[in-house]
Design a protein around this ligand. Structure first.
Ligand code: NAP
Length: 246
């Protein structure tokens, strides 16, 4: 269980991040919910955790902004006196074919999905090294492993996250900090809700288990990687994708 631990989940106002925040709280961690624009939704998650007797706080921060991340992480450490678990879940898509993709759409996705994780790890790892323990979990994607037409920016950001995960795992291992990635396949959230029925059907056809996953499936994997039991696992990419990419 995670009693006495402090966990930050970025992008926890909705979808997978929300499910991870609820799961970590149910296992006893004090959870910091980060959001960027959806304050109302973040407050609903906060309320749910509080009603279940959990400890929780809410912080607005655009993870793409280095300065904001520094202040955010330092404020959390000031509030709780420690930081044990960091889940870099915040992410966006700006899909489009390469030839039509704007520079802005490329940069925005890289800045949020990849640089966002660097920004938080940059500040959180110092505290974890001091504590000689910590768990960092980065939300990659099957797109980052196998590529996906129409997602050059997103796939590059998610592949980059795998490289970041492995480099950080090697740097931080000697002081008891593990760093792993999760590669979800298609999970039912706002992000996949916008896909057309045709795309959804074609996607399901590629999934051996024959259905989209739920945020709770990813949350269970994140809670495992955050646990004491996962202490000998680092630098790995755990697929939660119904067998889509093997
Ligand atoms: P979602 O429902 O669209 O939620 C995205 C979350 O990220 C929201 O809480 C959003 O907060 C937050 N966010 C976005 N930009 C942010 C920023 N600059 N700073 C801080 N927070 C920010 O997405 P999801 O489907 O749950 O996806 C969560 C993660 O899993 C993403 O990294 C995504 O790439 C990855 N993933 C998802 C799937 C899938 O099928 N759904 C598959 C593979 C990987 P606000 O609303 O407050 O802005």
């Amino acid at each position: 269980m995670l009693e006495g631990k402090t966990a930050i989940v970025t992008g926890a106002s909705r979808g997978i991040g929300r499910a991870i925040a609820l799961e970590l709280a149910s296992r006893g961690a004090a959870v910091v919910i980060n959001y960027n624009g959806s304050e109302g939704k973040a407050r609903e998650v906060e309320k749910q955790i509080r009603e279940n007797g959990g400890s929780v706080s809410v912080y607005q921060c655009d993870v793409a902004d280095y300065g904001q991340c520094g202040k955010f992480i330092q404020d959390v450490i000031k509030e709780y006196g420690r930081l044990d678990i960091l889940v870099n879940n915040a992410g966006i898509t700006r899909d489009g074919l390469l030839m039509k993709m704007s520079e802005e759409d490329f940069d925005k996705v890289i800045d949020t999905n990849l640089k966002g994780a660097f920004n938080t790890i940059r500040f959180a790892s110092r505290q974890m090294l001091k504590q000689k323990s910590g768990r960092i979990i980065n939300m990659s994607s099957v797109s980052g492993v196998a590529g996906n037409a129409g997602q050059a920016n997103y796939a590059a950001s998610k592949a980059g996250l795998i490289g970041l995960t492995k480099a950080a795992a090697r740097e931080l291992a000697s002081r008891g900090v593990t760093v792993n990635a999760i590669a979800p396949g298609f999970i039912e959230t706002d992000m996949t809700d916008v896909l057309s029925e045709q795309v959804k059907e074609a996607s399901v056809a590629q999934i051996p288990l024959g259905r989209f996953g739920r945020p709770e499936h990813v949350a269970a994997a994140a809670a495992f990687l955050a646990s004491e039991e996962a202490g000998y696992i680092t630098g790995q990419v755990l697929h939660v994708d119904g067998g889509m990419v093997m």
